[in-house]
Design a protein around this ligand. Structure first.
Ligand SMILES: NC(=O)C1=CN([C@@H]2O[C@H](COP(=O)(O)OP(=O)(O)OC[C@H]3O[C@@H](n4cnc5c(N)ncnc54)[C@H](OP(=O)(O)O)[C@@H]3O)[C@@H](O)[C@H]2O)C=CC1
Ligand SMILES: CCCCCCCCCCCCCCCC(=O)[C@@H](N)CO
Length: 323
C-alpha cells in the first residue's frame, strides 16, 4: 500500500481535473473553415492580410474589408499571385454603420467574422488630443459593434451550416494597461466586455466568440506607430517581444478553429492570459486546470513585472529631470 498521504496528493489534482472536465462551459467544439465564408475587417494590411492569405490557402471563401484605397486591390492581387485564389474585397469605413450594412448584404451570409481593423497612436494622455482618443475608440470599439450588429442577423440565420465564429482582434495591451496606451488599451479592454457578454447571447445560435491577444507584431501599422511612440511605451512593449504577422495569423486561425475564447499568441501571452483569466469562460479543462494551479504563482510574476516597469518609469523621469 502506498503511503496514504502520498495517494491523497495524487488524487487531489485528478479530482480537480475531473471536476473541471465536467464543469467547463461552453462545451468544447470546433469551427471548420474549409469552403466557408470568412469575412475579415482590416484585411488589406498586416495581421488581417496574413489571415486572409492563410484562410484562403486553407480553402475558405474569403472577403476582406478596409477603407477605400489602393491597398484593397493590392491585397487581392497579392493573394491571387501567391496562392492562385480569388478573394472578394469591400471598401467601407467601420465607423459608418449604413455603409457596412450594405457591404454585408452584398457579401452574403458570414460563417466566420474576424473583426480585426484597428488604429493605434501611442502618446501620454496629457499630450494626446481628444480627437485621437475618439479616433481609437471609434474605430477599434464602436467599429467592432457596427460590424457585429451588421453581420449578426445573417449569421444567426444560418440553417444547418455548422458552427459559426465571431473573432475579435484585441492586443496584449487589452489584457494589461501600458504607459502611452490609455486610449488604445481602453478600446481593447472594451472588446473583452463585449466578447464575454456576446458569447452568452449567441451560444444558442452555435456561434463561438474568440478574443485574440497578439504581442507587438511586425506590420505597417506598427512601423508607423514606432516612429512617434514614447520611449517608455517601447520599453514595456518589448517585454513581450515581437511576432511576424504570419505567426500571429496562424495562432489566431488555430484559436478560431478550436473555438477558444481566449487566444494567446506567445509564451508571455499565455502567462498574461492566466494572470487575467478573471471570470472569462474556458472550454479547455486542461487550460482551466493550469489557471487554477498556477494562478497564485503567476500573480507573483505579474507583480514582478509591475515592479520592473515602475522602476523603469521612475528612473526615466529621474534622468529627464537631471538633464
Ligand atoms: N501590429 C501590432 O503590433 C498589433 C496589432 N494588434 C491589432 O491587430 C489589428 C491589426 O493590426 P495591424 O495589422 O498592425 O494594422 P495595420 O495598420 O497594418 O492594418 C490595419 C487594417 O485595418 C484597416 N482599417 C483601419 N481603419 C479602418 C476603418 N475605419 N474602417 C475599415 N478598415 C479600417 C486598414 O485599412 P486601410 O489600410 O485601408 O486603412 C488595414 O487594413 C488591430 O486591431 C491592432 O490593434 C494587436 C496587437 C499588436
Ligand atoms: C504573468 C504576467 C506576465 C506579464 C507580461 C506582460 C508583458 C506585457 C507586454 C505587453 C505588450 C503589448 C504590446 C501591444 C502592442 C500593440 O497592440 C500594438 N498595436 C502597438 O504596438
Amino acid at each position: 500500500m502506498a503511503d496514504p498521504n502520498f495517494s491523497f496528493l495524487l488524487l487531489l489534482p485528478l479530482a480537480l481535473l475531473l471536476l473541471l472536465y465536467f464543469i467547463v462551459r461552453p462545451r468544447p467544439t470546433t469551427v471548420p473553415i474549409k469552403n466557408r465564408h470568412i469575412f475579415i475587417t482590416g484585411g488589406s494590411s498586416g495581421i488581417g492580410l496574413a489571415l486572409a492569405h492563410l484562410a484562403a490557402s486553407e480553402g475558405a471563401k474569403v472577403s476582406i474589408l478596409a477603407l477605400p484605397d489602393d491597398k484593397l486591390e493590392e491585397a487581392k492581387n497579392y493573394i491571387q499571385l501567391s496562392s492562385g485564389i480569388d478573394i472578394a474585397v469591400f471598401a467601407a469605413d467601420v465607423r459608418d454603420y449604413d455603409a457596412i450594412s450594405k457591404v454585408v448584404e452584398v457579401a452574403g451570409p458570414i460563417d466566420v467574422l474576424i473583426v480585426n481593423q484597428g488604429v493605434f497612436v501611442a502618446k501620454e494622455l496629457e499630450k494626446q488630443g481628444l480627437d485621437e482618443v475618439r479616433f481609437m475608440v471609434d474605430v477599434n470599439l464602436m467599429g467592432s459593434f457596427n460590424m457585429i450588429k451588421a453581420a449578426l442577423p445573417g449569421m444567426k440565420d444560418r440553417k444547418d451550416r455548422g458552427p459559426g465564429s465571431i473573432a475579435l482582434m484585441s492586443s496584449q495591451a487589452g489584457q494589461v494597461g501600458i504607459y502611452g496606451y490609455t486610449a488604445y488599451s481602453a478600446s481593447k479592454f472594451g472588446l473583452r466586455g463585449l466578447a464575454e457578454a456576446l458569447q452568452q447571447e449567441v451560444i444558442v445560435d452555435d456561434i463561438h466568440v474568440s478574443l485574440i491577444f497578439p504581442p507587438a507584431t511586425d506590420t505597417p501599422g506598427l512601423t508607423k506607430e514606432t516612429k512617434t511612440r514614447p520611449q517608455l511605451t517601447s520599453t514595456i512593449v518589448e517585454t513581450s517581444g515581437i511576432m511576424k504577422a504570419e505567426e500571429v495569423a496562424k495562432k489566431a486561425l488555430d484559436g478560431i478553429k478550436s473555438a477558444s475564447f481566449i487566444v494567446p499568441c506567445n509564451f508571455v501571452g499565455l502567462l498574461l492570459s492566466i494572470a487575467s483569466a478573471g471570470l472569462s469562460p474556458n472550454r479547455s479543462f486542461n487550460m482551466a486546470f493550469m489557471e487554477v494551479v498556477s494562478g497564485g504563482i503567476i500573480r507573483i510574476v505579474a507583480l514582478g513585472f509591475q515592479w520592473n516597469w515602475y522602476t523603469s518609469i521612475l528612473k526615466w523621469h529621474g534622468q529627464k529631470q537631471r538633464t
